[in-house]
Write a protein that binds this ligand. Sequence first.
Ligand SMILES: Cc1cc2nc3c(=O)[nH]c(=O)nc-3n(C[C@H](O)[C@H](O)[C@H](O)COP(=O)(O)O)c2cc1C
Length: 324
Amino acid sequence: MLQFGSIRLDMPFVQAALSGYTDHPMRILARRFGCPLVFTGVMLDRIALHPKASRQKQFYPFSEEEHPVAAQIMGNEPEVMAQSAAIFERAGYDIIDLNFACPVPKVLRRERGGYLMQKPAVVREAYLRTRESVKCPVFLKIRIGFDSSEASQEDFWTICENAFRDGVLMVAIHGRTVEQKYKGAADWERIAEVKRRFPGLCVFGSGDVLKAQTAVERLESSGVDGVIVARGAIGNPWIFPEIRALWEGRAVPEPPTIEEQRAVMLEHLRMILDFWPARKAIPYFRKFAAGYCRRHPQRKQVMMAMMKAKSLEQIQQVFAEFYP
Ligand SMILES: Cc1cc2nc3c(=O)[nH]c(=O)nc-3n(C[C@H](O)[C@H](O)[C@H](O)COP(=O)(O)O)c2cc1C
C-alpha cells in the first residue's frame, strides 16, 4: 500500500493531470470507478495569487468524493510557486504537484513547465520552497529530459538525484523528452533506470498506457512504484476497475453494456452542464464522447454523429439513436 502523509492509495494506478480534461467531472467519475488519486490539469501558479482567485472555477469547492485530489501548478519563480501552493492547500487540495513537463511552446517561451528540465537548480528550489510553505505532500512531474542531448541527460539525472536526496515523496516521469511532446513511443526503459539507480525514490511512470493490461504490465516490468493513466482514461473510466481486477489477479470485468455506457455518459454530460455554460459544455463533452465511442459496437457511426452534434438536443438525438 502506497502512503503519502495521511493519504493512502489502495492501488498504485492513478489518473493523470490532463489539461482540458481532468476537471471536476472527469475526476469525480475516476474516483467513483475506484481510481485512488486524481489530479487537476496544470494551473498557472499566479492565478491563485490573483485577487479574484476565489471566484475562479479552479477554486470551486469540490465534492467530498473527489478527495484525495492533487492540484498541479506550474510557474517560473520558486517563491511564487510556493506561495500559490499554500493557497491551493488552503482551498482544500490534498497534494501539490509541481509541473516541469509541459511542452506547450508558449509555456516554454515563458520559461515554465518543461523549460525547467534545463534548470535543475530552479526545480530544486521550487520544490524546497514549496515543501516549506505547505503541510501536504509535494510531488514532481517531469519528463526524461528537455531533449536528447547529453547536457539534457545530465540535467535529468541531476533532477532525479536531487529529488532523491531532498526526499521528494513522488516523482512522476513521462517517458518522452519535452522536445518530443507526444510523438514517438514513451521510453519506459529510462523510467525503469531511474528506479534502479534510486530504489528509495518513489517513481510513477507515464506514457502510452492506453489499456488496463498495459498499466499492469508496465508496473511489473519496469519496477516503478506506480503507473499513471492519462489518455487511456479519457471517456473510459472503466479502465480503473479493469486495472484493479488484473492487478489483484481477478478476471477482467465484462465490458460495459450499452445501458451502462449511456448511464455514465449522461452523468458525465450532466456534470459538465452543471459546471460549464451550455455554449461551452457541448464542444467540451464531445472531447470525451470520442473516448466513450470506442466502447460502442458501431464506433465509427457514433463518433461521426457525436462530432456533428452541436446542441444539447442533437446530442440527445445521438443518445436516442445509438444508446437506446
Ligand atoms: C491533452 C493532454 C493534456 C495534458 N495535460 C497535462 C497536464 O496538465 N499536466 C501534466 O503533468 N501532464 C499533462 N499531460 C501529459 C499526461 O499527463 C501524460 O503524462 C502523457 O499524456 C503520457 O501518457 P499517455 O501516453 O498514457 O497519454 C497531458 C497530455 C495530454 C494528451
